[in-house]
Design a protein around this ligand. Structure first.
Ligand code: PMP
Length: 277
């Protein structure tokens, strides 16, 4: 679906997967004006298909769009478009226990813009692909010093799914993977004392009956899986604390796990912290 600045999104249509046309001067190509989402459709026991909390993604993309000076589809339009896309691709939803259908909504500034200002036109599109589990086995995370210590800072875009958040992480992530780690665990930019999140997931620390997770105050993505886990943990009788979590607390935990749409819940097997200072 498309829209012009100052107007609302008009309902779009289903088209076969293929290339999209953009002017070389498009806002997304020149200045990265775009936000993304990620959610999944699962097959249930009786063969029907369910979406995991799509309204949450609809609300999150609106917050991201607002931060990036973009219009966004209404929650209703978003969910309707997701459902239509999944129904059209239902043959790609794997059987129960064999994966899921990953759904990738993109909101892009598609209009021409040479100066530093929001694009005059926007496109919202969705594509899907079947996926299996993202990581093979438990995670071994590494905390890096200096260059790759933090991924976002106060006032930045760490609290939204901006398209510009991800490729700056490739360099550190490649380095970490070459060293045999699954991902980097980032610390807060200001002090480097508190854990934040990994490149594509949130983190939880378990000590006895207390489950602690960094507070989502703008520098980490408020994950939808994270929110669900907090609710479930409270229901199960755990005490859940959302607050600054010092690295030392993580290193003394009984258990650590990460959450995200791609991995769902993944145990953390080890955290390596080669502190040089
Ligand atoms: N943090 C970051 C940086 C992410 O990209 C993701 C994946 N969307 C998450 C956390 C987990 O969020 P969610 O549970 O909504 O997938």
């Amino acid at each position: 679906m498309k829209c012009t600045k100052g107007e609302e999104f008009r309902d779009g249509s289903l088209i076969p997967y293929g290339n999209i046309e953009l002017p070389p001067s498009a806002g997304i190509l020149n200045y990265g004006q775009g936000v993304l989402e990620g959610l999944k459709a699962y097959r249930t026991k009786d063969g029907s298909i369910v979406l995991f909390r799509p309204e949450e993604n609809a609300r999150r993309i609106k917050i991201g769009a607002e931060r990036m000076c973009m219009p966004s589809p209404s929650v209703q339009q978003f969910v309707h478009a997701i459902k239509k896309t999944v129904i059209a691709n239902k043959r790609w939803v794997p059987p129960l226990g064999q994966g899921s259908l990953y759904i990738r909504p993109l909101l892009l500034g598609t209009g021409s813009v040479l100066g530093l200002s929001p694009s005059p036109e926007y496109m919202f599109l969705i594509y899907t692909t079947p996926v299996k589990s993202y990581h093979k086995g438990p995670l071994n995370l590494v905390i890096k010093d200096e260059l790759y210590r933090a991924i976002s800072g106060p006032g930045g875009t760490g609290g939204i799914k901006s398209i510009t958040n991800y490729s700056p992480a490739y360099k550190g992530l490649n380095e970490a993977r070459e060293e045999g780690f699954s991902d980097i665990l980032y610390l807060d930019a200001a002090t480097g004392k508190f854990i934040e999140e990994a490149t594509g997931c949130n983190i939880f620390v378990v000590k006895g009956n207390i489950i602690t997770t960094p507070e989502a105050v703008g520098t980490i993505l408020p994950g939808i899986t994270r929110k669900s886990i907090i609710e479930i943990a409270i229901d199960l009788g755990y005490q859940v604390e959302e607050r600054g979590v010092p690295v030392e607390e993580l290193l003394e935990a009984d258990e650590v796990f990460c959450t995200g749409t791609a991995m769902v819940i993944n145990p953390v097997f080890s955290v390596t912290y080669n502190r040089t200072k």
